[in-house]
Write a protein that binds this ligand. Structure first.
Ligand code: 13P
Length: 334
């Protein structure tokens, strides 16, 4: 498949991406929050349970995997085979994490050394798209120009290598929700970050028809005390993306970034209701797709069906939101 076809399939109407690529450290925190021991077997059991839920192929176009998971087998099949058999694209997180930026309290994402070789290996393991996340925080003096440029440059070099390997890069510049700032400040910072990211992607010669943008939604800071208004979130988010993303890009798959499951779905739905652009707007959620499933699993680690049901319900709500067809009443009925 050509990269532009893969990218279109990733953001197909009513489908989205499951971000199950938590590093072992993050997964350990997630499992600790529901008092489950983090070992290789438990991490695989939870993920395999979700990857084989009854309706996953209706709502999920692709799954972002972590290095450990793409190498794991269950019942004689690799995880990539299990996904491919359900018409779900396997993807892989390839960055090596956000590391301290010299002279600042910010981070720059690392992982470019040896990336060409790692990508070839992941392709052979079944991956057809990849993910790299740059992180930016908002504070009086942040994000610095250095942080914006360094992360954009790394995202562009990563994206070029991914396309060279015939895979689709998910380009994820995440402006964090943390902070006391208001929505306008988040809009201004995210606009600046997207502008620089697109500039660097152009310099690197990226084919925009073969990539997917994974941005944050535009929100009030978590510690601002201001409640988000969904119409305002949708207005700012759409404007920010339309002003910066080249129209050849088939779509945008948002991260949830610490929003509750309900909020993330509600905001995605409103974005789709107000969308007049050619971009598809869908989900690439981690926490907002898995939180309830994880809690259910922790109650009874053997009750696989209950976990799958919860995951399918959450995915269905997001699928409806990706079409602008979700409403809070449906949520209560589920
Ligand atoms: P969240 O939806 O939990 O923010 O995770 C998405 C992701 O892939 C972060 O890199």
């Amino acid at each position: 498949m050509k990269i532009n076809e893969i990218a279109k399939q990733m953001v197909l109407k009513g489908k989205g991406i499951l971000a199950a690529d938590e590093s072992t450290g993050t997964m350990t925190k997630r499992l600790a929050s529901v008092k489950v021991e983090s070992n290789e077997k438990n991490r695989l059991t939870f993920r395999h349970t979700i990857f084989t839920s009854k309706n996953i192929s209706k709502y999920i176009s692709g799954v972002i995997l972590f290095d450990e998971t793409i190498r794991q087998n269950k019942d004689g099949k690799t995880i990539s085979e299990i996904l491919n058999n359900q018409n779900i694209l396997p993807g892989i997180k390839v960055d090596k994490g956000a590391k301290k930026l010299v002279g600042s309290d910010e981070t720059v994402t690392e992982g470019l050394d040896g990336l060409r070789e790692r990508l070839k290996e992941y392709y052979n393991l079944g991956a057809r798209f990849a993910k790299w996340r740059g992180v930016y925080k908002i504070d009086t003096q942040y994000p610095s120009q250095n942080c914006i440029v360094a992360n954009a440059h790394a995202l562009a070099r990563y994206a070029a290598l991914v396309q060279e390997t015939n895979m689709v890069p998910i380009v994820e510049p995440e402006v964090l929700m943390d902070g006391k700032h208001n929505i306008k400040k988040c809009y201004d910072v995210t606009s600046k970050v997207l502008e620089e990211t697109v500039k660097q992607l152009r310099i690197a010669g990226i084919d925009f028809s073969g990539m997917v943008l994974k941005p944050n939604m535009i929100l009030n800071g978590k510690e601002s005390g201001i409640k988000n208004n969904k119409d305002e979130v949708a207005d700012f988010t759409l404007k920010c993306i339309q002003n910066n993303l080249p129209t050849e890009t088939p779509g945008v798959a948002f991260l949830s970034g610490g929003q509750s499951e309900f909020e993330a779905t509600e905001n995605l739905n409103q974005i789709n209701r107000q969308n007049k652009s050619s971009f598809a707007f869908t989900y690439s959620f981690g926490r907002a797709l898995q939180q309830s499933a994880l809690k259910t699993w922790a109650k009874d680690i053997k009750n696989i069906e209950a976990v799958q049901k919860v995951f399918d319900e959450r995915s269905e709500m997001n699928s409806l939101a990706a079409k602008g067809e979700w409403s809070a009443d449906l949520e209560n009925a589920a």
